[in-house]
Design a protein around this ligand. Structure first.
Ligand code: CO
Length: 134
């Protein structure tokens, strides 16, 4: 059911510093920051030949990233995103198997303008999983 690894998301305490590290030290192609108020994050995308990284920083009140950074002050891997062809079919299959969706079971529009859902880390070995319909 899951397809390609779309991105690995890393929560970072300093977005400009993290973007500069990937751009200048590691020599990657790095986007401008993009605010996603509905998700409570500002993101910078790092383009790699086979996948992307999503650098995440809290935006606004009650950002889910703020709690994560409080527990992991130096930053860390926040989630993995896998592509699926049909997000509603994927969700229904997962719910039937007993997996839990984080928040509303209705997909939201994610960072790439496509529907996304998050699966509870307790159901996936301590790893938050994002599904994105492509
Ligand atoms: Co993501």
């Amino acid at each position: 059911m899951i397809g390609r690894l779309n991105h690995v998301a890393i929560a970072v305490p300093d977005l400009a510093a993290a973007a500069a590290k990937y751009r200048d030290t590691l020599g990657a192609r790095v986007s401008q920051p993009v605010d996603l108020p509905e998700h409570g994050v500002t993101t910078v995308f790092v383009e790699l030949p086979n996948t992307k990284l999503e650098l995440l920083h809290p935006l606004g009140e009650n950002s889910p990233i703020a709690n994560f950074l409080a527990r992991n002050p130096t930053g860390g891997i926040h989630h993995l995103c896998f592509e699926v062809e049909d997000i509603l079919a994927a969700r229904d299959r997962l719910l039937a198997a007993g997996a839990r969706v984080v928040g509303s079971p209705e997909p939201k529009i994610g960072a790439h303008g496509k529907p996304v859902l998050f699966l509870h880390p307790k159901d996936f070995d301590g790893t938050l999983i994002e599904l994105e319909q492509v």
